[in-house]
Write a new protein. Structure first.
Ligand code: SF4
Length: 374
């Protein structure tokens, strides 16, 4: 396996260009992962897969906020039947998440999935893996090897005295060798731990050992706040190192929130273009308007507007609480609201446009966004 480091400069950030590590490229349906493809954002549905409508509704919600790829747990033959219907109606590539059962993997491939997450070493025999690989090859479906600290092989755990970064990498490479021996290289890899430092170390080590595209994630990251912080620290560090081709933020929350956090992470690093960019003040004793509600609603309405109008100009928007710092910040944004006594001043490119009642501020801002041209 060949290592190529830091050969691509793709970040749009002016002050801190990120040099992404060169990786092979695989196609997950219509989404390219690795190579010069943008870092994609994934999520996983949390419904019973057999409930087609509930699962599709989560997929649509994730799509509405910009998700690129969705993964679905396939636990039995009924889930596989449902998968066929889901794949047909989903508006993004679907990856089947399967453990141990090669028959399910084959049925999922036949149901038309764009990707498979399965660990070849857990399938039971090389013959069974070969059956999967033959169909995956025929259909150009990549396989993700997904190693987690909670499911490492016994011998690795014994020799390392428990889960370690090196153990995660060793396990992943064992699975990789099985596929390579079958001459299959449409591979992505993840080495997730619930421990942030172990996750970072594992991916760093793995990125030195192979050039397969890497799927980043922290497993069992936690609820919204804890999971967002832990995922941002781990994946942010790796992405800054140029490591990572696709990401999934795991939260004990909705797929939609996972996608929003993932996208925001990429935007912060200049790895994702065309995004909602709202700054808002933390508020203090000077506010006389409800900045928190206004900022949250502006963010939601912009997400929706840009999802429905992907070609629309995307100005920088600011929502500030008062006339002390508000106008200064407003001048740095394309469109801004600065709060006063029960009303907001609306600014366009730093110029005061008009004052609007608090209740009309969001509509007035959205009207300026719709009219905005770069
Ligand atoms: Fe406080 Fe005004 Fe600054 Fe907001 S902009 S934190 S309200 S001083």
């Amino acid at each position: 396996m060949k290592i190529q480091m830091n050969s691509r400069k793709i970040s749009s950030a002016k002050t801190l260009p990120i040099l992404r590590r060169a990786t092979r490229q695989v196609e997950v349906g219509s989404i390219a992962v690795g190579g010069d493809a943008p870092v994609s954002v994934q999520t996983m549905t949390k419904t019973d897969t057999r409930d087609v409508e509930a699962t599709l509704s989560q997929i649509r919600a994730a799509a509405s906020v910009g998700c690129d790829i969705v993964r679905i747990a396939v636990i039995d033959a009924d889930a596989c039947k449902a998968l066929k219907k889901i794949v047909k109606q989903a508006d993004m590539p679907v990856v089947a998440d399967i453990h141990f059962d090669h028959k399910l993997a084959i049925s999922a491939l036949k149901a038309g999935v764009a990707g498979l997450r399965i660990n070849p070493g857990n399938i039971g025999s090389v013959k069974k893996v070969e059956e999967i690989v033959n169909i995956a090859r025929e259909r150009s479906v990549p396989i993700r090897i997904g190693v987690n600290s909670g499911s490492l092989e016994k011998d690795i755990l014994e020799s390392d005295g428990g889960p370690t970064a090196a153990g995660l990498v060793e396990s992943a490479l064992r699975h990789v060798r099985i596929l390579e021996d079958l001459d299959y290289r449409e591979i992505k890899i993840s080495v997730k731990s619930s421990d942030v430092l172990m996750t970072v170390n594992a991916y760093r080590l793995l990125s030195e050992k192979c050039d397969y595209p890497l799927h980043l994630g922290v497993t069992e990251a936690g609820t919204f706040l804890a999971g967002t912080v832990r995922s941002s620290v781990a994946m942010g560090s790796l992405l800054l190192d140029g490591i990572g081709d696709t990401i999934r933020v795991s939260l004990t929350d909705t797929p939609e929130k996972e996608v929003r956090v993932g996208l925001e992470m990429l935007r912060c690093l200049g790895l994702r273009e065309g995004a909602t960019h709202v700054i808002s003040c933390p508020t203090c004793g000077r506010i006389a308007v409800d900045v928190r509600s206004v900022a949250c609603e502006v963010e939601e309405r912009l997400e929706k507007y840009y999802a429905e109008n992907p070609k629309a100009a995307q100005p920088h928007v600011a929502v500030m609480g008062c006339m002390v710092n508000g106008p200064g910040e407003a001048r740095g944004a394309d469109i801004a609201l600065a709060g006063g006594d029960g009303k907001f001043a609306l600014y366009l490119r730093g110029n005061h446009l008009k004052s609007v009642k608090e209740s009309e501020a969001i509509d007035a801002l959205m009207e300026e966004v719709r009219k905005y041209r770069d």
